[in-house]
Design a protein around this ligand. Structure first.
Ligand SMILES: [Zn+2]
Length: 386
């Protein structure tokens, strides 16, 4: 038992030292000891391990001010820690290689059949990763793990997708399948939670301590990130707002309740209403009909906008964030929809005492948000467990 405690502490110390180097590089051993409160001997031992493992390098000596004494500074070796970020959506997937700063070094995408089995998707990811590594010339040994974002409810402890209506998966042991096809340790999480994390660490919500990210697209959902940590709730389903009941006289929802939020504002529900008027296939076509002044299209989209503004108000009332990011397939490609939504929020739908207490913006990372979030989470898991 005692041995285990010591190992835990070693892991914790390694993780702490790594985070300090990552944030403050180049940095001296003495400064690391000072910041962490560890002894210089402990710090030197950990740095020696990192150096042997190829994660850090000593920089040329620098004269410290005044005394003429020289101290060696440490920095991370470029590309020494890399991870894979993956996003799986209904009709496509993306994967990319992410460095410790959250830069996407290279990425690729793949098509998938809606509702295809998880085993098939896992094989696609294995094949695409091999292609990507070969094409990029990066060293596969430097990949410390793989993170995946999926729409739906995920058990992050064991990497099981408990329910994803959009992917058609229920109780799928995704982490194990992807480890089999890639050979990497795998962490799975909800895509909006990862996207929110990425926006706070690297995107539009940098400097925010309480960020809410909302996603409007084929589904609707939200995530709360508090100081770099995902708020999960008891079973990692905090922020799953699609089935909040908005109107007991509303339409039937596929979950068996009536009047759920998703029956008012998701792309599939809007398209099924639109098809009563014209045979359109995509949300882009509905958007064009609205822009060209079609009355039926403006009824539909303007009602959806009202429900989106109500959603912003409801989520903001619940969480009291300092930043709100709105994103998703209905927002990212359409500045007009974003502007109309912000206007409704400002003029009408945000509860008066909360106006001005948060800023609202679009995503900075758009396409790469989930890749960055999942890649960074995979690195964190590696450095705490290794
Ligand atoms: Zn429902």
């Amino acid at each position: 038992m005692k041995k285990l405690d010591q190992d835990d502490m070693k892991r914790q110390n390694r993780s702490t030292v790594f985070q300090i180097i990552k944030q403050h590089q180049p940095i001296s051993r003495a400064a690391i000891a000072k910041q962490t409160g560890m002894s210089p001997t402990t710090v030197s031992r950990i740095i020696a391990e990192f150096s042997d493992e190829g994660y850090v390098v000593d920089m040329e000596e620098q004269a410290s001010a005044g005394r003429g004494r020289k101290s060696t500074l440490i920095r991370l070796r470029e590309h020494s820690v890399l991870s894979v970020g993956v996003q799986i959506d209904r009709e496509f997937g993306m994967l990319g290689i992410v460095d410790v700063q959250g830069n996407v070094m290279t990425s690729t995408s793949f098509a998938r059949e809606p509702g295809e089995a998880a085993e098939t998707t896992a094989r696609r990811i294995g094949g695409k990763l091999t292609e990507l590594v070969e094409a990029s010339g990066l060293d596969r040994c430097r990949l410390v793990g793989l993170g995946i974002g999926v729409p739906g409810i995920v058990n992050v402890e064991d990497g099981t997708v408990r329910l994803s209506v959009q992917l058609g998966w229920r109780e799928v042991g995704l982490a194990g399948m992807i480890t089999e096809t890639t050979g990497l340790p795998v962490v799975v999480d909800n895509e909006l939670k990862l996207k929110g994390l990425a926006e706070q660490l690297r995107g539009a919500a940098q400097g925010s301590s309480r960020t809410v990210l909302l996603g409007f697209g084929h589904g609707v959902g939200s995530a709360l990130i508090r100081r770099g940590e995902i708020y999960r709730g008891a079973t990692n389903s905090a922020g799953e707002i699609a089935h909040m009941m908005m109107n007991p006289q509303g339409m039937m929802c596929d979950c068996g309740n009536v009047g759920c939020l998703q029956t008012f504002i998701t792309i599939p529900s809007l398209l099924s209403e639109a098809r009563k008027m014209e045979p359109i296939d995509t949300f882009g076509e509905l958007f064009e009909q609205w822009q060209s002044g079609k009355r039926w299209a403006s009824f539909l989209l303007e009602q959806a906008l009202v429900y989106m503004a109500m959603t912003v108000n409801n989520v903001v009332s619940m969480y009291n964030p300092d930043r709100v990011i709105v994103s998703g397939e209905m927002i990212d490609p359409y500045p007009e929809i974003y502007e109309a939504l912000v206007d409704l929020c400002r003029t009408k739908y945000i509860w008066e005492p909360l106006r001005g207490t948060f800023s609202i913006s679009r995503s900075d990372l758009a396409r790469h948000g989930v890749l960055i979030g999942s890649g960074l989470v995979a690195q964190n898991v590696y450095f705490q467990l290794n």
